[in-house]
Design a protein around this ligand. Structure first.
Ligand code: BG6
Length: 364
C-alpha cells in the first residue's frame, strides 16, 4: 500500500521519523547512560572481553557498517572495521575469539552475508545480527542481535532500514563504550542526541523541495563525485551508491583527503561533486578541498551544518541539523536519499525497481 505516495521509496523515506522511534523505544536507559539491548545475549563481562569488532554486510548495509565501525571506535575505543560480506566469505578469514562479529542485513536473507555468518560460527566466532526481518535466515543463525523494527521495506534502494542500522550501531557502540571508558555523562549525551533524531530527521525531510532542485541539476551530469572524510566518507559512499542504483549515473565516492592524490585530475566543469562537510574538526580541510575543485571549474554541492563558515566560497548547500559529532553520519545521509530519489524522478526511471537489481540477492 503506497498510502498516497508515488513510490515506495518516497513513502519509506518519509516514514523514517517513526521507524527510528520504533528502533529506540525501550532501549535507552537514562539512569546509567546506556542502551538496553537484551537480545544481544551478551553479559557486561562478555562485552568487556572483546578487543575488536568486525562488521559484515553487502551493498548499502556494508556502507552503514562503515558508519557503525567509526561510531564504535569513537565511543568505545575498540578497533572496528567493516568489510563486504561478499568478499569476506571467499578469503578464508581469520576468526578470533575476542572479536565481536556483527552481521548487518535488512532482509536477513542475503546469501553472501548468511555465508559469512556460517563461516564465523563454524570457526567458533561470536556473531550478532542487526537485522530487520524477524525470523529471517541471518537473524536465526546469529547468537543474538538487535532487530531494526523498520517495518516492511519494499523499494530496492534501502532507506529507513539503513537509518535504523546506523541508530543500531550507535546503541551497540554505547553498550560497548559504557563497559569501558565512556562515562555516564557521555553516555547520557549520546542518549539525548539519539532521542532527538526523529525530530531532526523530520527537519531534513521538510527541506525536500530545495533538495529536489539540487537533484535536477545533479541529474544533468553524466558522472559525479561524492566526497567525505572520516565520519563523512561512508556517508559519501552510501550517497554515491544510492545515486547510481536508481539514476544510472556514474557516481564515485572518494575520501576528500585523497582527491589531490589522483581524482582531482578528472575535475572540470562537467564533473560535479557532492561534498559532505560537517561542522567538525575537519571542516577547514574540507573547505580547502572544495576551493581546489572550484578553482578547476568543478561544481560543488555541500551537505553541511549551519555553523560551517564557507567564507568567500559560494557554493549551493543542503543544511542538516547538528547532532553529537559521533552521530552526524545518521543525519547527513538523509538528504542523499532525497537527492538520488529526485534525480531518478527527473530522469524518469523505475525508482522502486531499478534495472538489474533485486531487493535481496538470495542465490549464488
Ligand atoms: C543488494 C541490494 O543486493 O543487497 C541493496 O540491492 C542492499 O539495496 C544489499 O543494501 C543488502 O541487502 P540486505 O537485505 O542484506 O540488507
Amino acid at each position: 500500500d503506497l498510502g498516497g505516495f508515488p513510490h515506495y521509496m518516497a513513502k519509506e523515506i518519509q516514514e523514517q521519523p517513526e521507524s527510528v522511534e520504533r528502533m529506540i523505544r525501550g532501549r535507552l536507559d537514562d539512569r546509567f547512560g546506556v542502551a538496553r539491548l537484551d537480545g544481544l545475549n551478551l553479559t557486561p563481562r562478555e562485552l568487556r572481553g572483546f578487543s575488536r569488532v568486525k562488521i559484515l554486510g553487502c551493498g548499502s548495509a556494508y556502507y552503514v557498517g562503515q558508519i557503525g565501525a567509526t561510531m564504535i571506535e569513537e565511543l568505545a575505543r575498540i578497533p572496528a572495521d567493516a568489510e563486504a560480506a561478499s568478499e569476506f566469505r571467499y578469503r578464508n578469514p581469520i576468526i578470533e575469539a575476542d572479536t565481536l562479529y556483527i552481521a548487518v542485513s535488512q532482509s536477513g536473507e542475503t546469501i553472501d552475508t548468511a555465508f559469512a555468518v556460517e563461516e564465523i560460527k563454524r570457526k567458533g566466532g561470536r556473531v550478532v545480527g542487526l537485522v530487520n526481518v524477524v525470523g529471517s535466515t541471518i537473524a536465526r543463525a546469529c547468537d543474538g542481535g538487535v532487530y531494526l523494527h523498520a517495518g516492511p521495506e519494499i523499494a530496492v534502494a534501502s532507506t529507513k532500514a539503513l537509518t535504523n542500522m546506523a541508530v543500531g550501531f550507535a546503541l551497540i557502540a554505547l553498550s560497548l563504550g559504557r563497559v569501558r571508558d565512556l562515562s555516564n555523562a557521555d553516555g547520557q549525551r549520546i542518549i539525548d542526541a539519539i532521542r532527538a533524531l526523529p525530530g531532526q530527521i523530520k527537519a531534513v525531510l521538510d527541506d525536500e523541495p530545495a533538495i529536489a532542485e539540487h537533484a535536477k541539476a545533479a541529474a544533468t551530469a553524466k558522472s559525479l563525485f561524492f566526497i567525505g572524510r572520516v565520519r563523512g566518507f561512508p556517508v559519501a559512499r552510501e550517497g554515491a551508491q544510492k545515486f547510481k542504483e536508481i539514476s544510472y549515473r556514474h557516481a564515485e565516492a572518494y575520501q576528500t583527503s585523497e582527491l589531490k592524490h589522483g581524482p582531482l585530475a578528472l575535475i572540470d566543469d562537467s564533473l560535479p561533486t557532492v561534498a559532505i562537510v560537517p561542522a567538525d574538526e575537519l571542516a577547514d580541510r574540507n573547505l580547502a578541498a572544495m576551493q581546489q575543485i572550484r578553482a578547476r571549474g568543478g561544481a560543488v554541492l555541500a551537505v553541511t551544518h549551519e555553523n560551517v563558515d564557507f567564507g568567500e566560497l559560494d557554493v549551493p548547500r543542503i543544511v542538516v541539523p547538528r547532532t553529537e559529532p559521533e552521530l552526524d553520519p545518521i543525519l547527513l545521509t538523509i538528504p542523499l536519499q532525497l537527492l538520488a530519489y529526485h534525480a531518478a524522478l527527473t530522469l524518469g526511471y523505475d525508482i522502486d525497481k531499478p534495472r538489474n537489481l533485486a531487493k535481496s540477492v538470495t542465490v549464488e
